[in-house]
Write a protein that binds this ligand. Structure first.
Ligand code: AMP
Length: 240
């Protein structure tokens, strides 16, 4: 099955997509994470996208679509995937549909994870990331064992440049503007669904699995293994 998760930054798309990979076997692909890795490795792509990512601005459609489509290998198309943070504009959504049509592997659904803005700001301002290994934490919901230090590598926890308050506000405003035509695109196209993104991530995940089953997007055998798992939660620290 092939899904995209839509919704503003901080709504939990990344955590939900990661849980889908761990528990349902769908490949999780995040454009934001992909770009941050390219920047950290100082690759030609990383250098091209750096100024956009650092300032919370959108990377141009043509470049994002090209990079994303190149990651959709035959294996991933067959296994099923969840795209997180892509598409963000109507142009990207249309580009994705065109590419998937060529592979005869159309998208099954676009799931919008809905959360009120005050919750998004609270989530994003509390986010911390390890300066060494990139693991994610949150001051309220995913605290490290030792304040300011990563549980995995003891690296120093920092605020991501694009999680600073002013940049967050800019990212949310940019996202709001792009979201309307994007949602209208999927409404016209069909296959748009909404999930309430408030509450603990496990609660939201249960809602998501209920939706998947109700719509017949995933069989009950594939979603049977989706109950809460303690070690998932520990590993979940690595995701936002
Ligand atoms: P995220 O982690 O999804 O919030 O993405 C971090 C940053 O990467 C964004 O603020 C953008 O600069 C860039 N980015 C990620 N995905 C996209 C996309 N689909 N289109 C354009 N820019 C993107």
């Amino acid at each position: 099955m092939r899904f995209v998760f839509l919704g503003p930054p901080g709504t939990g798309k990344g955590s939900l997509a990661w849980l889908c990979e761990q528990r349902v076997g769908l490949k999780h692909i995040s454009t934001g994470e992909m770009f941050r890795q390219e920047i950290a490795r100082n690759t030609p792509l990383g250098r091209r996208v750096q100024r956009y990512v650092m300032n919370g601005r959108l990377v141009p459609n043509a470049l994002v679509v090209k990079v994303m489509v190149s990651r959709l290998t035959p294996d991933i198309l067959a296994k099923g995937f969840v795209l997180d943070g892509f598409p963000r504009t109507q142009g990207q959504a249309a580009g994705l549909d065109r590419a998937l049509a060529k592979y005869l592997a159309p998208l099954d659904a676009a799931v919008y994870i809905d959360s009120p803005e005050r919750l998004l700001v609270r989530r994003l301002t509390g986010r911390r990331v390890c300066s060494r290994c990139g693991a994610n934490y949150h001051l309220r919901t995913m605290r490290p064992k030792r304040p300011g230090r990563c549980d995995h590598c003891q690296g120093r926890l920092i605020i991501r440049k694009d999680d600073e308050v002013e940049t967050i506000k800019k990212r949310l405003a940019i996202d709001r503007k792009a979201a309307k035509p994007l949602l209208a695109y999927y409404r016209r196209r069909g296959g748009l669904a909404r999930v309430n993104g408030t509450g603990h991530i496990e609660t939201v995940f249960v809602r998501l699995m209920r939706l998947f089953r109700q719509r017949g997007w995933l069989t009950s055998s594939r979603t049977a293994n989706t109950a809460r798992r303690g070690n998932d939660r520990a590993q979940n620290r690595r995701r936002n």
